[in-house]
Design a protein around this ligand. Sequence first.
Ligand code: AMP
Length: 297
Amino acid sequence: MRVVTQVSDLRSLLNAWRRADDEVSFVPTMGNIHEGHLSLIEEARKRSDRIVSSIFVNPMQFDRPNDYGRYPRTFEEDKRQLQDAGVDLLFNPPAEVIYPRGFENSTYVDVPGITDILCGAHRPGHFRGVATIVCKLFNLVQPKLAVFGEKDYQQLLVVRRMVEDLNIPVEIVGAPTSREQNGLAMSSRNNYLSDAERQQAALIFQLMCETAEQVIAGSRDYKILEAKAKQVLAEDGFEPDYFSILTLEGLNTPSDMSPPDELVVLVAAHLGQARLIDNLPIHQYTALAESKASHAS
Ligand code: AMP
């Protein structure tokens, strides 16, 4: 695996692959690599000849400066894991390479509408930072496809919308969320949790499953389901930002006629030092429940 920090080195390696007609896929990350990231690499490997990954803790997408400063940086271990996973090229630029004039003075990309709600409403400027860095990295790497985790479902939709609106010729592939045994979605921010909090954090997945089950059973009082789940979280010591049932397609409020398998349950909640986000498309819950039932029989 080649590791490069400069744009010129990145471009010359990519040009050589392009001349050889190799298909390049791209997996951007902020590092602190875990199984969730590795599952994206695996997905990329199935679909291309060459895999480029990046590690860049993007200052533009952090709404609180202390969150940026303390974000886990574990480069040597990350490098080993990405190499073992078969990444061909790792781009690990310093902030000055990406934002030579400082990110505050950089041209940015704003995706309207879908960024006004959920994490966009709770983290002002976050999705501007995400859209801008993804757009810049796409321009630098010019991959055929890029893999993003469904774990950050709103982010996936923001990237899809940006690519569509700006006619960026990159196919966006979504990959399912990797979870711990207890259901907790893997995340670099889980490092901020104590062992007890990691156990406690399983409540998020439990509540998403219970809510999915109630919607499948016919409940259409989404506001009541959402309020109940938020209350359970608050009673257990979480500080929920949102617990929402929305349409999978555009994160719109569902109607009574919306089929359950076109809905998704999305959650963000603070626990101790961590802000945890997660989501469960209801059709995935159905598949999960069916596979559990078939294993039990
Ligand atoms: P991050 O390093 O947290 O910015 O994440 C980089 C990519 O990995 C994004 O596309 C995330 O959605 C994805 N990702 C993070 N956690 C998971 C997970 N538990 N399962 C699948 N993908 C994930």
